[in-house]
Design a protein around this ligand. Structure first.
Ligand code: MLT
Length: 206
């Protein structure tokens, strides 16, 4: 299967097998690609359509969704531009594939761009699962996230994301009206079976 290149991001699209299952927007971490999260998406919501773009920024050959100046230090101008560009792609894909707004499922850099979309173009998403996310923009405008479900799963011993930073993200999304569940697992930056179980349970309750 070759990736699709006819929309504004190289991506994979897997149609839904269950009409009531919400589409998922899969957003990979640094060095990943459009194939990475397909198995995770399948596990978390088996009947969902999967829309999986490849980040356009390259860091030493590794795809990402926005530029960073150092680990955990973001080029915020680029974050803003890229989050809107990705939101435009989501709108294009909704039209092309006949989808309602998707739920983002992002890991690390992919979770961070999803959080930026929530801050800048919240109507692009019907909710978000943010695995190992941090605050993408220090002074984001207030956005209307009234009633939007968001699951944040952090690692208690994540060497990349300070606990305070993930807390701040959860608090700022909640302050804008999102229904935030923030869970902290006794793990590091990598994903664990517990992340999958939490996400499965969360998505079933929507
Ligand atoms: C980021 O750059 O988005 C975060 O530092 C996480 C990462 O991708 O390593």
């Amino acid at each position: 299967m070759t990736p699709t290149t006819d929309l504004s991001f190289i991506h994979r699209f897997v149609p839904a097998t269950e009409e009531s299952a919400p589409p998922l927007l899969l957003l990979h971490g640094t060095g990943g690609n459009e194939d990475d999260l397909l198995p995770l998406g399948r596990m978390i919501s088996p009947g969902s359509a999967l829309l999986s773009p490849r980040g356009k920024v390259l860091e030493g050959g590794m795809p990402r969704f926005f530029r960073r100046l150092a680990e955990g230090v973001f080029d915020e101008e680029d974050v803003r531009r890229r989050a809107l560009e990705l939101a435009d792609f989501v709108a294009e894909a909704q039209e092309a594939y006949g989808l309602p707004a998707p739920i983002a499922l992002g890991f690390s850099n992919g979770a961070n761009i999803a959080a930026a979309m929530l801050q800048l173009r919240p109507q692009s998403l019907a909710g978000a699962i943010l695995l190992r996310a941090m605050v993408p923009l220090q002074d984001a405008p207030a956005s209307n996230l009234e009633g939007l479900p968001v699951l944040i799963v952090s690692g208690a011993v994540d060497p990349i994301i300070p606990a305070e930073n993930a807390e701040r993200l959860a608090a700022s999304l909640a302050a804008n009206g999102a229904l935030v569940q923030h869970r902290i697992l006794p793990v590091g930056h990598g994903l664990s079976q517990a992340d999958i179980t939490l996400a499965q349970t969360w998505i079933k309750q929507l």
